[in-house]
Design a protein around this ligand. Structure first.
Ligand code: 5RP
Length: 218
């Protein structure tokens, strides 16, 4: 089965966690896009959605789903999003689509974070996928030098400006055997807006599309 079909199956399975009249937090990327399309089939059941990016807000709007701001809604019952890598401990790397900051905000404001992914995203240890870090533009070189001291190799993501007007460094070669500790260390560096480790606030459920069907890890 293709990765795309696995993503769609995971997105469909996530719908079983959505209750009537909820405002739903919605992520960014190709898997989240499947979720938006599936959500649109039941749009009369929900009260609206909070998007983690301009792209997702636009897709939701095109489907006629009411898009709300987090300031209007307060905390959300659920957030559904994809990931670049996930472990069985529900720690994630996110930010391949450069939406990590808003994703982390919506995840933080949600009671339940449901991560949906194809089976290739499940890894024993995070870090083969380069860790995205959103930086304030004037701090980019400073942050890159600090990251080198952490043992990472930062690569500037050319031509990428985030929805917040910032830039992205993709960091290769970091030892992320302790994701909570690495996320916390990176959080201390001035000039970093957000790092793409979701470990202090991991997913609550990982729904993986697999060849045999859908598997939920909690
Ligand atoms: C965007 C993300 C995405 O969730 C991540 O990149 C996975 O993308 P896809 O669903 O296309 O595989 O973090 O910033």
């Amino acid at each position: 089965m293709s990765a795309n079909q696995q993503k769609l199956n995971a997105a469909r399975a996530a719908m079983e966690h959505i209750e009537y009249d909820w405002v739903v937090g919605v992520g960014t990327g190709s898997t989240a896009n499947h979720f938006i399309d599936v959500l649109a089939e039941s749009k009369d059941r929900i009260d609206g959605a909070v998007a983690s990016s301009e792209a997702s807000a636009q897709r939701l709007g095109e489907h006629g789903i009411r898009v709300l701001g987090l300031d209007q809604t307060g905390d959300l019952p659920v957030y559904v999003d994809g990931a670049d890598e996930a472990t069985k401990h529900l720690h994630l790397i996110k930010g391949g689509g450069a939406a990590l900051t808003r994703e982390k905000i919506v995840a933080a404001a949600s009671e339940k974070f449901i991560c949906i992914a194809d089976s290739s995203k499940l890894v024993p240890v995070l870090g083969k996928f380069p860790l995205p870090i959103e930086v304030i533009p004037m701090a980019r070189s400073y942050v890159a030098r600090q990251i080198c001291k952490f043992g990472g190799r930062p690569v500037y993501r050319e031509g990428c400006i985030t929805d917040n007007g910032n830039e992205i460094l993709d960091v290769h070669g970091l030892d992320i055997s302790n994701p909570v500790e690495m996320e916390t260390r990176l959080n201390q560096l001035v000039g970093i807006v957000t790092n793409g480790l979701f470990a202090n606030r991991p997913a609550n459920v990982l729904i993986l599309g697999e060849d045999q069907g859908v598997r939920e890890i909690t």
